[in-house]
Design a protein around this ligand. Structure first.
Ligand code: ARG
Length: 434
């Protein structure tokens, strides 16, 4: 550990203890370091506004930060155990390049607000990415719902054959789900879009920091006003972000479950794009839906990340080093979650139905409910109609298309109201104010 910012004569540094303190933090900080650089530039501008840095000093710091950022982006600089964390790497770089000017960067800030602002910017980008992916998934679902309205699919409850459904009903359900997820992700983005930089160690500093400037320069929607709240929000905002991501992955989990049933030999309703399946190392006959199984499994990582952060948050106010572990949780949760959502639109676009198998799984009993409701609509009390419709003799001579066309309750096959969902999709286009 070469550059401990806080090293002073008379303080012993034990290698094992340093390793424990840093843990995998240096590696995790690779995720966040470019955000820390960006926030450092905004902080330097703020320092110049209040006279701590001259215009020349600011220009030198900005030049070095940009060069450093380019080195990180190009892989010429890789954060490793030479540094305690990303914060010390950035400061060490400025000092190495600029000497005394570099030593001024940390005026009025702490690693406590530095890590907050870097992780928050990171989270904001990840949430926006998740939002775009959910919006894209909803679009495919809507287009396919529109196109596949006359394709019957058995509808199940308790995994038992229940009523005639359609591919369009299946699609429209997930379309609306991913629209809700899009909206929730957007709301969460704006909920966490608050600037913690300038809260310093958690109690402010005796300088009139230009927090309005850093708020605006970093594109935050608002400043996190109370210096003490900045630390209270660490973990809490991470949790909210994981929850928003998690609602999309819960929808994905159920969708993937359907596909894993529907692609099985027993159902045979769906063929996956070849690239979304893998072979078996032993069984030459197999094509396995590994991709959709991993998509289904990813929710576990998000759930684990939420639990980890929840457990960490059992803390009094102020900064505590425990909070460092929240970074690993969001990196793992968002890493896997976004990877799974990233593969979703193409999967949805390319999966193929097998109409004959779907049709063959629709049995006459699935018309019983239609019949009962028909009889009730013609005046028979529903409970009597129900009994009469239980008679298998009465299920004959019906077909799925007629059943679907007659299903005119709003939101069902005969009145899908896809226009309503399409309008909502349009209103949620990324970039539009929420
Ligand atoms: N690695 C630390 C974290 O993630 C950075 C902040 C360290 N602050 C401190 N006072 N030791 O929390």
């Amino acid at each position: 550990m070469s550059s401990l910012l806080w090293a002073k004569p008379g303080i012993d540094v034990d290698a094992d203890i340093q390793r424990f303190l840093a843990g995998d933090d240096v590696v995790l900080d690779r995720e966040f370091i470019r955000y820390d650089v960006r926030a450092s530039a905004a902080h330097a501008e703020g320092l110049q506004h209040i006279g701590v840095l001259s215009a020349d000093e600011l220009a030198a710091i900005q030049r070095e930060l940009s060069a450093f950022d380019a080195d990180v982006a190009a892989g010429r600089f890789v954060l490793d155990g030479r540094f305690e964390d990303m914060h010390s790497a950035i400061e060490a770089h400025l000092i190495e390049r600029l000497g005394d000017v570099g030593k001024k960067i940390h005026t009025g800030r702490s690693r406590n607000d530095q890590v907050l602002v870097a992780t928050r910017l990171w989270l904001r980008d990840r949430l926006q990415h998740a939002e775009v992916l959910c919006h894209a998934a909803a679009e495919v679902c809507l287009l396919r719902a529109e196109a596949e309205q006359s394709l019957p699919l058995p509808g199940y409850t308790h995994l038992q054959r229940a009523m005639v459904s359609s591919a369009a009903m299946w699609w429209s359900g997930f379309a609306e789900g991913f629209l809700d997820d899009t909206e929730r992700l957007r709301q969460t983005t704006s909920w966490i879009d608050a600037n913690p930089l300038g809260s310093a160690a958690g109690y402010g500093v005796n300088l009139p920091l230009d927090r309005d400037h850093t708020t605006q320069a970093l594109g935050f929607g608002r400043m996190q006003v109370a210096a003490t709240y900045a630390q209270l929000s660490r973990g809490k905002f991470e949790l909210a972000a994981l929850e928003a991501l998690g609602s999309a992955l819960l929808d994905l989990r159920r969708l993937a479950w359907d596909l894993s049933l529907f692609t099985s030999g027993e159902f045979g309703f769906v063929r996956l794009p070849a690239t979304y399946t893998t072979g078996s190392s032993l069984m030459p006959n197999k094509r396995n839906p590994d991709v959709i199984e991993l998509m289904r499994g990813v929710y576990a990582s998000v759930a684990a990340a939420k639990v980890e952060i929840e457990q960490l948050l059992s803390l009094p106010s102020g900064y505590h080093r425990d909070l460092q572990f929240s970074k690993g949780a969001i990196v793992h949760g968002f890493g896997r979650g976004l990877a799974a959502l990233g593969l979703l639109p193409k999967l949805l676009r390319e999966l193929e139905w097998v109409p004959e198998r779907m049709r063959a799984a629709i049995e006459p009993s699935m018309y019983a409910t239609d019949l009962a409701v028909e009889l009730a609509a013609s005046g028979l009390p529903f409970r009597d109609a129900y009994r009469e419709a239980a008679n298998p003799e009465r299920w004959k001579d019906r077909d799925p298309s007629a059943s679907l066309q007659a299903r005119v309750s709003p939101g069902a096959a005969g009145d899908l109201q896809l226009g309503v969902l399409a309008a909502r999709w349009a209103s949620l286009k990324p970039g539009r104010a929420g």
